[in-house]
Unconditional design. Structure first.
Length: 636
């Protein structure tokens, strides 16, 4: 339909208004793109819930939910031509269902039993306990009942391995849906998911919750603790795990959350009886958990024993691993070559022109890059302040680790898995396939290497910089550090021989590191829960973060103070801030944050309504005409 200067604008008809005496002019519908609805009633109900819960508009949800090709009139012909072609055939199971151990069988029976009284179950299974085999058995059970399954993963890189395991059993009943597939590939999934002879199982990243399921029976949220399930920008800022639970409820389906390191909120819900709790404490086929060693980098540096960024014990362990024909995974939570470069003479550090951050050095491109806005510049040859040519790189990222390992172990085949090395679907699939086939000896990566990947020949897993995670200024820092390091350790020793884990840290006695070494999730949970209760953080309250953005620093500071004062009149001490975030300017917008803590027993919906009214009042002021106020409910 026409809107202003724009001739055509695709839309979805939510309802028909039979009244003719409307107070605004009615626009004509120029053409109908689809003969049949492309979305169903349950999808629209989900959009409305997301918009209400996450404080955004239904239009913003619709924009995220409906793929681009369905909104384009230019693609109507190609879309119609594909309908009815390349349909998934209803075939028998491209092998047999996997065999299960007695522990897996018991866990599955407990899940089935739990689903008779609970809609959500949490499967807390140690790394390499065989959770995927349980998922496959449950999927089979629902297929035989004529039901569909949505299998969510937090990272696109994980789908390459899991899809092979699913397709070996379920064949062409399985579809994959995420942003790195082409429009035509995703269109086929969208068109076939609602057909009786179509796709029964969808494996996907968070956007798969928006598919037009017709008969959903089970939702599996694997690695449910991962913060990548949370959408940051743009709106809707939804959490796919929590939204998936609502989606399942709307379909009368069940949700299974699976992980070795549950989110504290999820484990709390299970302990409180809101979810069922099923625990799987034994590794598959009786494998031992890996030996975990924490090495002290502070002492090694003091005695000049560090070899670049590697403790001597790590160099020895890597050498032994390679000589035995085994593989190693090294985790470093920073990409690029170095976090920044610095002039040795005057200590000048190049910063982004548009964001309040230092530029990360990427050696492969010899560029300095901003990881917030994408700005990049040529690496410094001379300092612009003092003209010195003594420019040092400071710290280390995955690219530097890869580079230095190649010098230390010149015969080893080394690969890197991070955002820079795996921007296309084919690139990350090749990196994983090469490592799986033994073509790569050492895999260096960011969080991508910690999440559920299953490699049988990995003997050594390494967390290179525990301090960087533990010292992050966030109330979830300790929980996330435990999760990441435990997940890293879970990559080692998944075959006959017991694996080894090395964690490099300057404070090896830190309680979280001790929890990781002892595989003590319960100890971490109890300590963190007590801290959160004391300082009123989830699961004891809901958080709503308001971010104010403006190109003028004084304007955003004035507006944030006015907004905070208005909120405090109603919410009192529940309002924290305004405060300037660590990165205080992004893409030339200055930022201020306000945090609200709403206790669980209070009406969160009423609180949101009051917050929205206050935001609207601030936005109406002529002084703040260009101000943006962004609400983030349950920020990750």
């Amino acid at each position: 339909m026409p809107f202003g200067a724009r001739k055509l604008y695709p839309a979805v008809v939510l309802q028909i208004n039979v009244q003719h005496d409307v107070a605004y002019p009615v626009k004509d519908i120029v053409s109908i793109l689809d003969d049949n609805p492309v979305v169903n009633d349950l999808q629209i109900r989900l959009w409305q819930w997301i918009a209400e819960y996450y404080m955004c508009t239904v239009g913003e949800v619709m924009k995220a939910a409906i793929p681009a090709w369905l909104k384009s009139d230019k693609k109507k012909m190609s879309r119609d031509a594909k309908k009815g072609s390349e349909l998934t055939s209803n075939v028998d199971y491209i092998s047999e269902l996997p065999e299960m151990t007695s522990h897996q069988q018991k866990a599955m029976e407990q899940i089935i039993c739990a689903f008779t009284s609970k809609d959500v179950a949490l499967l807390h299974g140690v790394t390499s306990s065989g959770k995927t085999e349980i998922y496959i058995r449950l999927i089979d059970r629902h297929i035989r009942q004529g039901k569909q399954t949505l299998y969510l993963l937090p990272e696109i890189a994980l789908t390459a391995q899991i899809i092979n395991r699913l397709k070996k059993v379920f064949g062409s009943r399985v579809g994959v849906y995420h942003s790195r597939f082409s429009d035509s590939e995703r269109m086929k999934i969208w068109d076939n998911i609602g057909k009786s002879d179509g796709i029964d199982v969808v494996l996907g990243a968070r956007s798969a919750i928006f598919l037009p399921f017709s008969n959903l029976g089970l939702v599996i949220v694997d690695e449910e603790h991962e913060n990548t399930y949370k959408q940051f920008d743009p709106a809707p800022r939804y959490h796919a795990r929590d939204t998936a639970i609502v989606l399942a409820s709307m379909h009368g389906a069940k949700t299974l959350l699976g992980t070795a390191t549950p989110a504290i909120e999820s484990y709390y819900n299970a302990r409180e009886g809101k979810y069922a709790l099923v625990e799987l404490k034994q590794r598959y086929e009786g494998l031992e958990l890996p030996e975990t060693v924490i090495v002290n980098t502070a002492v090694a540096r003091r005695y000049k024993k560090m070899q670049s960024h590697f403790h001597p014990d790590l160099i020895t362990a890597l050498d032994e691993t390679l000589k035995s024909g085994k593989q190693a995974i090294l985790f470093q939570n920073r990409r690029g070559f170095a976090p920044y470069v610095q002039c040795r003479q005057c200590e000048f550090i190049p910063r982004c022109e548009y964001c309040d951050v230092s530029l990360t050095f990427h050696k492969f491109h010899n560029r300095l890059m901003c990881h917030y806005c994408g700005y990049n510049a040529e690496n410094l040859r001379k300092c612009p302040d003092c003209n010195s040519s003594e420019i040092n790189d400071v710290g280390f990222g995955t690219e530097k680790i890869e580079d230095e390992l190649q010098i230390i172990f010149p015969q080893a085949q080394i690969a890197r898995l991070d955002l820079d090395s795996s921007r296309s679907r084919k690139s990350y699939e090749k990196i994983i396939a090469d490592f799986e086939e033994g073509k790569t000896d050492i895999l260096v990566g960011t969080q991508m290497v910690t999440k559920g990947l299953n490699f049988k020949n990995v003997h050594l897993a390494v967390a290179l910089n525990a301090d960087n995670m533990l010292n992050f200024p966030d109330f979830r820092a300790n929980e996330r550090s435990f999760q990441l390091m435990t997940q890293v350790s879970g990559r080692a020793g998944r075959a006959e021989k017991r694996g080894k884990v090395i964690i490099q840290a300057s404070k090896p006695k830190h309680e979280i590191l001790q929890n990781v070494m002892d595989n003590d999730y319960a100890g971490m949970y109890v300590a963190q829960l007590a801290e959160r209760e004391k300082f009123r953080y989830p699961p004891f309250c809901r958080l709503i973060r308001l971010t104010l953005k403006h190109k003028n620093k004084e304007t955003v500071q004035s507006a944030s103070k006015e907004l905070a004062d208005s909120l405090k009149k109603i919410f009192g001490q529940r309002v924290l801030g305004p405060e300037t975030p660590i990165v205080s300017r992004v893409q030339n917008y200055y930022l201020e944050n306000i945090l609200l803590k709403i206790e669980k027993q209070a009406s969160v919906q009423k609180a949101k309504t009051l917050i929205a009214e206050i935001i609207n009042d601030i936005g109406q002021s002529n002084a703040y005409r260009s101000l943006r106020i962004i609400a983030d409910v349950d920020p990750a």
